[in-house]
Every structure is written in C-alpha cells, then in structure tokens.
Design a binder for this molecule. Structure first.
Ligand code: A2P
Length: 276
C-alpha cells in the first residue's frame, strides 16, 4: 500500500494519515483553496491548518468542494498562540468551527507554549487553562484528538502535572539537521505522537549538497529524501506546496532509505530557517 494511504495510530486509537498537507504561509482565498483542492485530488487525506494561518475558510471550502466525504479527511487546526485562558480557548474553537463549518474537528492543537510575539515567556498557568478547555471539547466529542505544538518536555510536564489527558500529539519543527532529541525521546516515553512541520526546512534543505547526493543515489528528489527521512523516524511529515507537480512529488515516497544513508543524513547539523 502507498505510504500516502497508510495511517499511524494515536494513543487514543484515532488513525492519522501518515503524510499531511501543510498550509502555513498559504494565503486565504484562491491560493489556499486551489492548493488544498489539488492536494485532495492527488490523494492527500490529512490537511493541516491553524487559526493563525488565517486560511481556515478557504481550506474548508476546498474540502467541501472536493466532494470527498468529511469522514475520509483528517483535519487539524490550532488554537492561536496568544490565547491562554479557558474561556478564550473555548470561544476561539467556536470561531474556528464557524469558519470550517464542520460538525467536528479531527485534531486541535495549542499552537505554541507562548504567544509568537513573546517567544519564551512563561505561560504555564495559561497553558493549563487552555488545555482544560481542550479537554472539555474532547470529552464533549467536538474533537477526536487534542495536542500541542512547539511544546518542550517542560511545557508538556506542566500540563501532565495539572490536567487529566496526556496530549495525543506534539507538532514540532522537525527535519534533517535538527534532531529534537530531548523532545522526541520524552514524547516517545509518554506515548505522544510527533508530527513534523517544515519537513523540507521551509525549502532550504533542498539545495543542501549532502541531501542532493543521497537523492541522486536513490534517483529521487531532495524533497522526497527529506519527507522519507521524517517517515522513517516514525513522524508524520506535513510538506507544503502550492504547485501541483511538487504536491504530487511529495507523495511519491515509497522507497526505503538504507540505514547507512539515514546515519549519514543524521550527521547533517543545523537549522536553516530564517528565524534562527
Ligand atoms: P512552493 O509552495 O512554491 O512549492 P516546508 O514544507 O518545509 O515548509 O517547505 C515548503 C517550501 O518548500 C515552500 O517554499 C515550497 O514552495 C517548497 N517546496 C515544497 N515541495 C517542494 C518540492 N517538491 N520541490 C521544491 N520545492 C518544494
């Protein structure tokens, strides 16, 4: 079976399609609508959006217009990073649902442990409040799975010490060059599934000579090596593209990178993202 049609199973039994389609920095309107429609046409069944991306409405319209049954598509959205109150989180979820116009959401994540404008700020109490709202929505059957994004082991430990439900997912920036070892080891121990955003390093990894070398060896593209790498690490990559050729290419990952080459890719170090 093609990887695109395979699933991971979360700790609560919910099935998550192995490859997701990312929509960060995809503008609301035609760009988001067309790219999600193209992704669905080409077999993706896992779409990742967020309140903070501002494109939920167009993403939802594409899902509706695709005529694919809602139950066959796994949809994730995320609570905006600055919302750190119980009531605020509940209200934000209702806003998301009014934009998406769905009866339920598959996965809802706290987008970050701090507001993006105040990265690193101590929001421990706020995260507890937001997480309690997520737990309520989950127990009420509004969401099939709940999780966090960009959370460190300390941030998660804070939730576990004060809340009932262990997050089902932690979505983190994960790609060749940044091993995220502490977070991945911790999440593995707690049975928290790792989703990998920016699996191509926002595109920067595609010109890396070492990755190109491995890609040539397997007769695939650098993007396919980056996505396959995340899969072989047991994570769910969420590649994003607005071009159909690339949207398709990013699903053609039914090959195996040999251990010797995975080990070589592990020696690549560094985070090429602009904000670092
Ligand atoms: P575009 O949307 O113009 O196709 P990431 O998923 O790590 O955030 O990376 C996304 C970036 O990589 C975007 O700039 C996207 O550009 C580019 N991209 C996505 N898939 C491919 C591909 N197969 N080949 C080349 N560039 C790609």
């Amino acid at each position: 079976m093609k990887t695109l049609n395979q699933f991971y199973t979360l700790s609560n039994g919910v099935k998550l399609p192995k490859i997701g389609f990312g929509t960060w920095q995809v503008a609301n309107g035609d760009e988001a609508y067309q790219s999600v429609l193209l992704a669905l046409k080409n077999g993706y069944r896992h779409i990742d959006t967020a309140e903070g991306y501002g494109n939920e409405e167009s993403v939802a319209k594409a899902i509706l217009d695709s005529k694919i049954p809602r139950s066959e598509i796994f949809v994730t959205s995320k609570l905006e990073s600055h919302i750190k109150t119980y009531e605020g989180a509940l209200a934000a979820f209702e806003k998301t649902m009014s934009l998406l116009k769905f009866d339920y959401l598959d996965l809802f994540l706290i987008h970050a442990p701090w507001p993006w404008s105040e990265m690193g700020k101590d929001c421990k109490e706020g995260n507890i409040q937001a997480w309690k709202a997520m737990e309520k929505l989950y127990k009420d059957g509004r969401i099939r799975a709940i999780g966090v994004s960009n959370f460190s082991p300390d941030d998660i430990e804070n939730l576990l010490n004060h809340c009932e439900i262990t997050p089902h997912v932690n979505q983190i920036g994960y790609f060749i060059g940044i091993d995220q070892k502490a977070t991945i080891d911790y999440c593995e121990k707690k049975n928290i599934f790792i989703e990998a955003y920016s699996p191509l390093g926002i595109g920067y990894l595609l010109s890396n000579p070492d990755i190109i070398k491995v890609a040539e060896k397997y007769n695939v593209s650098p993007a396919q090596i980056c996505i396959r790498y995340c899969l072989q690490k047991g994570t769910a990559p969420l590649p994003k593209s607005t071009h159909e050729k690339r949207i398709i290419e990013n699903t053609q990952v039914d090959f195996e990178i040999k251990k010797v080459d995975m080990d070589f890719l592990d020696t690549i170090k560094g985070d090429p993202r602009r904000w670092d």
